[in-house]
Design a protein around this ligand. Sequence first.
Ligand SMILES: [Zn+2]
Length: 339
Amino acid sequence: MNDRYSRQVLFPGIGKEGQAKISKKHVLIIGAGALGSGSSEILARAGVGKLTIIDRDYVEASNLQRQQLYTEEDVAEKLPKAAAAEKRLRAINGDVEIQAIIGDAIPELLEELVGDVDLMLDATDNFETRMMMNDISQKYNIPWIYGACVGSFGMSFSIIPGKTPCLNCLLRTIPLQGMTCDTGGIISPAVQMVIAHQTAEAMKMLVEDWDAVRTSFVSFDLWRNQYTSMKMSKAKFAGCLSCGEERTYPYLDHENMTKTTVLCGRDTVQIRPSAAGEISLEQLSGQLSGLGYTVKGNPYLLSVEIGTERIVIFQDGRALIHGTKDLTHAKSLYQRILG
Ligand SMILES: [Zn+2]
């Protein structure tokens, strides 16, 4: 497939030289939901050298409306999104090295991973992870591209260490914490618009055309027909704990990471075990079936029915408890199943 990238090479902003650069770059995408599905597909098709994608969830029917990598078969198999994304991305472009990680993007994991990463893309649904990406970006000098959407509204901003303000600086101007995904649903075109902004900036950075990179903060509402681009050069704050002179990277402090979280916009609680370690799903499945529980699963996870609730357990001991937002109750169910 020699002419695979011909149209992209013909594009003056990329050319042969740019394509050669793209093919040597490593992009880390955090999250394989709506934004991660789209941006990983675009970058795989564009011929990036390596893609690493991290996600903690599995594919459900309500994802199919906007998460373009997934199919009804993935829903039926309850495949983890990272595994389903890997399968699909490999089918799209066999030349791209794909590293898929089923798990939570915690600071330790990111610090281990980012050694040869050239760029990070935000495809998460929560503020905690974004702030952590922001600190990793500053500490290891890796650009990252923020992106978020809800309803018909979306926004994006490129963060280049030493050049632009960071996300922590921006919070003084824009109250981004208020953006959650559980208010009023979402339409796919809003997702695609954010993906278009993030991946266009990503391509500029991958070909090292730094002058072309957008430095303004973009936000839009596709239903209300609004599009805004705000200059951000004055938002950089000297006292910022993430990018300022006396930085401490507060979001990389593991003690600050919550172990039990209500997942964005859902009746689901995630519990992460305090000690890391693999568990044998096969053994656990046998034990729980023996105790009379209804257990289903695949090589990556087990799904156990407990009355009206359902607990999904991953190999790393992490669990999603569906049907509740009550942290104490979720913890007691976790204890019951995993001791
Ligand atoms: Zn800052």
